[in-house]
Design a protein around this ligand. Sequence first.
Ligand code: ZN
Length: 208
Amino acid sequence: MRPLTRPSFNCKPRRCLVCEHPGRACARNRSHSLEALLAVIEKKVHAFDRQAESEPLSTSCAIRACQLSAEQIGQLAYQALLMEVRLTPKPGLVDRRNTGAHRDMDLCMFERSADAIAPWLPRFVTEGRQHAWAPAHTFVSLIRPVGLLCERDMFRATGGINTHKGSIFALGLLCAVIGRLLTKGSQYALSGFAGKLRRSVRTLWGRN
Ligand SMILES: [Zn+2]
């Protein structure tokens, strides 16, 4: 087995965070103090935070959501499932390094499970659209049958192990509420979309 290196993916060697010279040399020569390194890292994290804060989440989120098809929204939810399980390290949980405290599931099973759920995610969006005008207190029970079918496919893919039951509930409801809000579009101005989404999920969830 060969180690995976940046050159084998046609990537340039990693640069030093402090001086931008090839990082390997700086690391070997210990060119910079730990303090200097930490200061640069902290600065980068703060810069990222500031940028994330300055972006008005609700509006950009709404504009993006309005332009997306049910398929694309489902695709984003599917990517979220994969990102969540591949996020490493997650002590005690299944990640790319190990299976944490679990003996009956691993990364492969989670990915199989996500693949089984994927076709249902756009379906939640279309269900949400279809039931957009149903009274709020009936909404979750109208979506539930699709959720149960999705869950059945998940259990089929994992041999009966519960990998994503909670995710199906949370993401399924989220996708359905996005469909509902987008269909009600004319009443729901773009601004504050994220807040409306949050309130809707809370209302619909809370009643069941
Ligand atoms: Zn350096």
